[in-house]
Design a protein. Structure first.
Length: 83
């Protein structure tokens, strides 16, 4: 599986978790000790974002990573790879 798809999925899950918690990007950034721009990059799954930024955002959301078998990409995800 393409690593960019994994990062994209992680960003999408983080964004959904933030929304479910009722937080804005600014609020999450403050909790994580990051800038809003960095939170945006995390949620977009930008490949240049370091693991520490992901870890800080996850900690601010009281969440952690879990390693599970990869699922086949959806048609929407495949379409996004060719943008």
């Amino acid at each position: 599986m393409d690593y960019s798809l994994i990062i994209s999925r992680l960003g999408t899950q983080i964004r959904q978790k933030r929304i479910n918690r009722g937080l804005t990007q600014v609020q999450l950034a403050k909790l994580a000790g990051l800038t809003r721009q960095k939170v945006i990059a995390v949620e977009k799954g930008t490949l240049t974002v370091g693991m520490i930024a992901f870890a800080r955002v996850l900690a601010a959301l009281d969440s952690e990573l879990s390693v599970i078998p990869a699922a086949m990409p959806t048609l929407e995800e495949l379409e996004g790879l060719f943008d």
